[in-house]
Design a protein. Structure first.
Length: 746
């Protein structure tokens, strides 16, 4: 086992009042928990006011807003003194599409001749770089006198864009036409952009790290920090956005052979990590999915499904909802990417003896292939497709061909994807693979997941809403294949619900009639008449997930606004239905107020069940293969919905004093600390012990066994059921359900 593999990481969200100096003051508390490594959100210079750091403007500099290089050096040295390593979150796929980005500013001034032009994924053949930054059409703003020129800059309010040298005088329209860029109305980002985006975020521009010079420039500081011993590991953001993920990881591993690398990679259904990728593992979304599936009650879910369909009238499958969502996203949010792909497909097919496709047949074939892709992407690079990729692409093509009047063009594109030959074909395959991942992310996590709302515990990053449960054999197979060096997470800044909120939602599968009672009771509120049954069902789950948290009513209202816009049915970010959103907010406040003044017995039973499930989730996370990643604040009860709700600042003083307190949060904090210390004491056992799952009616367990010793983490549904062994930790909820950890002599 590599010594630098953590026993546990503590995920810290920097910014919003937490910089290096402020974090340094908390290292004693974090180390005292039993953590081995800090896991930091991006530290590189980001856009002004960034709350997350993924909108990097300069990857060659540590953000002065956090304390700069000296502040980071002091943090790293102090962390070392506390026995803590540091894992850095790096973002090779994109930087901020902003004039604050110094490399982009140079490109705006010098165009394709800029030293940094090859760094960005820009289609210069399409013309000048489109800047869709205008709130109104260019001609209207020009007529209104919104533009001016001074000091070599084109100015609009606070925005200043570099002008090409020698083009600083003359009529504004002529000056604009002389630039390497063109300002455009923001609506043009749907079909007129000329840069590769991160998903559909026009404000982030793709980086070409497959170019060795770009890799060197974007990674020089990262490599230097690791080689100096200031960072002991890397987490790579959005690996599937890169041209060649495997090649990128090999290059990074060659540069830092002794530094473990984890990747943010969503594994879909039975997908596994490519065997030739040099990584320590993923960040662990698949582990969170496993735990939730193991703890979901199969029989109760059947009742829940019947109740949901009766209340909402929804008779669609999740697959049908996902296919419709993919179509909607391609027609709207990713219309620019599809149009570009169809044009690239035309170039790829040039000179073909198979067919002479026109724009519409190419658009149809590209659309069908993208919609049929069941995973984020295939991994064809440099004309080489693995056997797995050949099989995947054949499956996709067969499904895509269903219903087409002619599949000739589609089959031609299938052959090109599997074995590209010309430069145009390679370019098409590369972009197709990048877009397919963006499409699945936007359509499943950010659209269908807010439309098909039967059981929100399964509508999670890396999870499948139509596969919410698992058998013992399947769970054992997962555990047997799990890497001992991979992360195990239950909450992150990206999860749709925090870990304790998710367990409250899992609890409704255990007690579906109690949840149905809450739905029926809320439907009798006068303001419920203005909210559709679908959204009532969604809101009641969200209210349960956050009930008891500070400012729950306001936070629920803000979440409902986001959820309705992400669903993209009647309300949209670009065209919100303010009346529907206001009605949902009023309904949410009414539900929370009612529960606070007179907590229904059904609510109390669900929360009691959720407490034992949350502690069982914690046990499973701590004992299963891999190492646990603790999202800051989740050692306490942590109730939160989709970001930015889950990025609220935490009260560090409260966390430090919590183990001495009373209540569920204090119990969870003590268990977290005790389990982290157990992991250190039993590191060799947990690295080598076999793992298995046992699931019977009313009992779920994960066991680890080695050399006659067996450690069992177990959840049972009532106190009358006898857990295995002599418990080290045991919690019995008010409803009699119990979570225990015990050594059992085998």
């Amino acid at each position: 086992m590599t010594p630098s593999i953590p026993t546990a990481t503590y995920r810290v969200q920097l910014r919003d009042g937490l910089d290096f100096k402020a974090l340094e003051a908390r290292l004693g508390y974090i180390a005292g928990l039993g953590i081995s490594h800090l896991y930091l959100s991006p530290i590189f210079t980001a856009a002004s006011g960034s709350t997350h750091g993924y909108d990097i403007t300069d990857p060659s500099q540590i953000d002065p807003a956090l304390g700069g290089i000296e502040g980071f050096r002091a943090l790293a040295h102090s962390a070392r003194d506390h026995g803590l390593g540091i894992i850095l979150d790096i973002v090779p796929n994109h930087t901020a599409f902003s004039t604050e980005n110094p490399w982009l500013a140079d490109v705006l001034r010098r165009g394709p001749s800029s030293r940094y032009a090859p760094h960005f994924d820009i289609d210069w053949q399409a013309g000048p770089l489109i800047l869709p930054w205008l709130p109104e059409p260019f001609e209207k703003m020009l007529a209104d006198g919104a533009f001016s020129v001074s000091d070599g800059m084109w100015r609009m309010g606070d925005l200043a864009i570099p002008l090409t040298e020698g083009t600083t005088e003359g009529e504004l329209r002529d000056l604009h036409e002389a630039q390497h860029w063109r300002l455009a109305h923001s609506d043009l980002d749907r079909d007129g952009i000329t840069h590769r985006r991160f998903f559909n975020v026009t404000g982030l521009i793709g980086m070409r790290v497959e170019d060795p010079r770009v890799f060197t420039d974007t990674h020089a500081l990262i490599l230097d920090l690791a080689r100096q011993g200031l960072a002991q590991g890397l987490r790579v953001d959005h690996i599937d956005g890169l041209v060649d993920p495997a090649g990128y990881l090999r290059q990074l591993s060659r540069e830092l052979p002794d530094t473990p690398i984890w990747i943010e990679k969503i594994l879909v259904r039975d997908e596994t990590l490519p065997a030739d990728w040099p990584t320590a593992g993923t960040t662990g979304y698949e582990a969170a999915r496993l735990i939730a599936r193991m703890l979901t009650d199969v029989r109760g879910l059947t009742d829940l499904d019947a109740n949901w369909r009766r209340v909402t009238g929804n008779d669609r499958s999740f697959h049908a909802e996902l296919m419709q969502s993919k179509t909607d996203i391609l027609d709207n949010e990713l219309a620019a990417e599809r149009r570009q792909l169809a044009e690239m497909a035309a170039d790829a097919c040039m000179g073909s003896t198979v067919a002479q496709p026109g724009p519409e047949s190419l658009r149809e074939a590209v659309t069908a292939l993208l919609i049929a892709m069941p995973r984020y992407r295939s991994y064809v690079f440099d004309g080489q497709a693995s056997d797995q990729d050949h099989a995947l692409i054949a499956q996709v093509a067969d499904q895509a061909a269903e219903g087409l009047r002619s599949d000739t063009v589609l089959r031609m594109l299938q052959d090109i994807i599997c074995a590209p030959e010309t430069e145009a074909q390679h370019a098409f395959v590369t972009r197709f693979q990048q877009v397919s991942g963006a499409l699945l992310a936007k359509s499943q996590e950010d659209t269908a997941g807010f439309r098909w709302t039967r059981f929100l515990a399964a509508n999670e990053v890396g999870a499948e809403p139509d596969e919410p449960t698992i058998t013992a054999d399947e769970a054992t197979g997962f555990l047997a294949a799990a890497s001992p060096t991979g992360m195990v997470l239950t909450s992150t800044h990206d999860t749709k619900r925090s870990e304790d909120s998710r367990m409250r939602l899992v609890a409704i599968s255990h007690l579906p009639q109690d949840f149905d009672a809450l739905v029926a009771d809320a439907a009798r509120l006068p303001c419920a008449d203005h909210v559709t049954p679908d959204w009532q069902w969604y809101l009641l789950q969200s209210a349960l997930a956050i009930h008891g948290a500070e400012n729950a009513g306001d936070r629920l209202a803000q979440h409902m606004e986001k959820a309705m816009r992400e669903a993209k049915l009647t309300s949209f970010w670009t065209n919100p239905d303010e009346n529907a959103e206001a009605a949902a907010a009023a309904f949410g406040h009414a539900v929370i107020d009612r529960w606070q003044s007179e907590p229904p017995q059904a609510l109390q039973r669900l929360i009691a069940r959720a407490q034992s499930l949350s502690l069982a989730q914690l046990l499973f996370k701590m004992v299963m293969p891999g190492f646990p990643d603790i999202y800051r604040g989740t050692e306490d009860q942590f109730l939160a919905l989709t970001d930015p709700d889950n990025r609220h600042a935490v009260d560090w003083d409260h966390l430090a004093s919590l183990p001495q307190g009373t209540g569920f949060g204090a119990i969870k904090a003590r268990w977290t600390r005790d389990l982290l210390h157990l992991r250190r004491q039993e590191r060799q056992f947990l690295e080598k012990a076999g793992a298995g799952a046992q699931m019977t009616e009313g009992s779920v367990a994960i066991t680890r066994e080695l050399g006659g010793r067996r450690l069992t983490a177990q959840w049972v549904d009532d106190a009358a059921t006898t857990p295995s062994g002599q418990p080290i930790l045991s919690f019995t909820a008010d409803d009699g359900s119990r979570a225990t950890l015990a050594w059992v002599q085998s």
